[in-house]
Design a binder for this molecule. Structure first.
Ligand code: ZN
Length: 681
């Protein structure tokens, strides 16, 4: 590991945040540390600087600027390093004990800015040490050394008197006091190794503290290259493993909690694989080393203590695999209940059990899945799991991986401040659901994709025009995916659904929206025009729906098919037969899906939209195979009963409502400002 320190970069940070030179340098090296996943992952680590600020009445106040919760070290700003009055913090060292709630409250009470985030739970550890700059990471290489039965001896042999050694204690007041006592025994140390937790380094300058961190982690990395033994002898695997797209919906279904009446608490998946991950998950002993626990306790919040290990899936025997996977998940859940019960016995006050589902799924022959309430959360769990693969691989190569005890991990998972957050922050209506929108690159499709994204869904935007799909996905924000798809080509549709399954784990809602208008007098129109229109305005809806049903049946958690039909399906327009005929068939298709797949919990509904300024016109224009001949804006903007302009957003709102209408199927919702000839019943 190399130092990335640069004088000119450091000075540019000072120039940018010039009010306080110390803080500018603190931001700089915090970002250096936070930018390397071998040092810091998703909030795991913190830094501080002791400096002085001037308060409102002109008094100079000694403060500790320490990382605030909720900030990522990799892109931290001065606001992410709230200033806490130092003198009151130091007084706490004389206490015998201090609850986490009182500690957080006291720290908040001594903030210079009352709107700051909560200072880190490791604030007192930073305060009790005398150094100006203090850096703390959960460096992977250090964890591989400390997470051993003889981790302390290994570290002492490596670092000698350059470091102090702190036994494992859960972060908070007790750890801060013990760490300060270890330091006091030999104030010449350059840092502290927190056994089975991480590492602190400190110095008089930002550069000194940072470069000591790099030096200590580099020594750990070098140590891991000595005396390595081969690890992870591979287990026997199926000759032809199933694909990620095949197994992901099954896994997603197994993890979903049935809440009755067609509602499920679903999860989003994030798949990872690499030669290192494969060596780990394919290992004959994966059931041992993967079940010992997380490499540093705060990962528990994101990944739980253990992943679930599934059997290796064979492409030609998915059914048997599904049954075995179901049993493995059930055993995991049972094991989690038992873990909670045996540890809650000694908890005071008693804890509320968290949901028992795994956050990491290991699949021999494929790789691993992170599991989360959103793609973002799933990716965080996957990032940590990938990092754990590395630390466990190195730990096993030089010895035996042995992290903290189950009781210690329980205390982190059921930390009182985390328990206090339970039940707060309601999720959005379509959170945890994956939505595919065809023809999503513009008009109604684009508006619908964005409306679903705003309501919390993970969105896959499909369009013939890849650039448009990618652009709309970007506008959806977050983790939306934009893909090229020709809905009239079954192979292209299959590939798009496979990509959705690989990216998010499955599909819950499909908005089959792609379409285009062709005209012609029915008695004279060329058959080719009619057939072309049927390909896009009928058969494509069938291909998309059949793929959706295949995925939804694998998940076993129901689903929703939504079709963009047209007023033409009910109320033929003159010379619009080539458009209206397949749309009428698609309206019937919707009813047939509702009828045949209601037993699977799959709902099918349609939106009958008309006279959309940006909808049909654009829909027609973007279809590269044809443009709407003779369709003028005037035709679409003709008066409606309400005399109101209907927008793509109005249609999107109807799709959104139908996606959530758990008791509605085989329904057509009209969004046209009022057209009595196209009204239903
Ligand atoms: Zn820590």
């Amino acid at each position: 590991m190399k130092s990335l320190w640069s004088d000119s970069d450091a000075e540019s940070f000072v120039a940018r945040y010039g009010a306080n030179r110390d803080l500018g340098l603190r931001v700089y090296t915090t970002r250096l540390l936070g930018g390397d996943p071998r040092l810091v992952l998703h909030g795991g680590g913190n830094t501080s600087v002791k400096t002085t600020v001037t308060d409102l009445v002109g008094d100079s106040v000694a403060v500790l600027c320490v990382k605030g919760s909720g900030w990522d070290m990799g892109n931290i700003e001065p606001a992410g390093l709230p200033a806490v009055r130092l003198a009151p913090l130091l007084k706490l060292r004389t206490l015998d004990r201090l609850s986490d709630e009182d500690m957080v409250n006291y720290q908040r009470g001594n903030l210079m800015d009352s709107t700051s985030p909560n200072p880190s739970v490791e604030t007192l550890l930073h305060a009790f040490l005398p150094h100006k700059f203090i850096d703390h990471t959960h460096a992977t290489a250090v964890l591989s050394l400390t997470d051993q039965p003889d981790g302390e001896e290994i570290c002492r042999a490596l670092y000698g008197k350059r470091m102090g050694y702190v036994p494992y204690i859960m972060p908070g007041f007790a750890l801060a006091r013990t760490a300060a006592e270890v330091f006091d025994q030999d104030p010449t140390v350059e840092g502290l190794v927190l056994l089975k937790h991480g590492i602190f380094t400190f110095g008089a300058t930002a550069r000194e503290a940072y470069e000591r961190m790099i030096a200590m982690v580099s020594l750990a990395e070098a140590r891991l290259q000595q005396g390595r033994k081969p690890v992870f002898a591979a287990a026997a695997l199926p000759a032809r493993p199933a694909s990620v797209a095949q197994v992901a919906p099954v896994i997603r279904g197994l993890l979903a909690l049935d809440r009755g009446e067609g509602a499920y608490r679903r999860w989003v998946l994030d798949f990872r694989t690499s030669p290192a991950i494969r060596a780990y998950v394919d290992g004959a002993e994966v059931g041992r080393y993967s079940q010992v626990g997380v490499d540093t306790p705060d990962h528990t919040i994101r990944t739980k203590n253990r992943p679930v290990v599934l059997p290796a899936p064979a492409a030609d025997d998915l059914e048997a695999w599904s049954g075995a996977a179901k049993a493995a998940v059930a055993a995991y859940v049972e094991g989690y209940h038992a873990y909670f019960a045996r540890n809650n016995v000694r908890a005071a006050p008693k804890k509320t059990e968290l949901d028992p589902m795994p956050r990491v799924v290991l699949v021999p022959g494929l790789g691993l899945f992170g599991v989360g309430a959103s793609k973002k959360d799933a990716a965080i769990a996957a990032d940590i799991a990938v990092n754990t693969v590395e630390s466990v691989t190195d730990a096993e190569a030089i010895g035996t991986y042995r992290p903290v005890s189950e009781a210690d991990m329980f205390d982190c998972e059921y930390w009182s401040l985390e328990q206090a957050k339970l039940g707060k922050g309601a999720e959005k209506g379509l959170a945890r659901q994956v939505v595919v929108v065809t023809g999503g690159g513009s008009g109604i499709g684009a508006a619908t994709a964005k409306a679903f994204a705003r309501d919390g869904a993970e969105v896959v935007v499909l369009d013939l025009n890849e650039g448009a799909a990618v652009q709309v996905a970007r506008e959806c924000g977050g983790t939306a995916l934009g893909l090229a798809c020709d809905v009239t080509d079954p192979a292209s549709v299959r590939a798009a659904f496979d990509a959705a399954c690989a990216a998010f784990g499955g599909v819950d809602v499909v908005v089959s929206n792609a379409g285009a208008a062709w005209q012609g007098t029915v008695g004279t129109v060329d058959d080719a025009v009619l057939r072309t229109s049927f390909e896009l305005n009928f058969f494509a809806h069938q291909t998309v729906s059949a793929n959706a049903v295949r995925v939804m049946q694998a998940q076993g958690t129901g689903g929703c098919l939504l079709f963009n039909t047209s007023k033409q399906a009910l109320n033929p327009g003159k010379n619009f037969g080539p458009y209206g005929l397949p749309k009428a068939a698609t309206l019937f298709l919707m009813k047939q899906y509702a009828l045949d797949h209601g037993k699977d919990g799959i709902r099918a509904n349609a939106v009958n939209a008309d006279r959309i300024r940006t909808g049909l016109l654009t829909e027609a224009m973007i279809a590269s195979r044809s443009t709407a001949r003779g369709v003028t804006e005037k035709d679409y903007m003709a008066g409606n009963l309400l005399g109101r302009e209907v927008s793509a957003g109005d249609v999107a709102d109807a799709f959104l409502w139908l996606a959530k209408a758990m008791k509605t199927t085989a329904c057509t919702v009209t969004v046209d400002g009022g057209n009595i000839e196209a009204s239903l019943r």
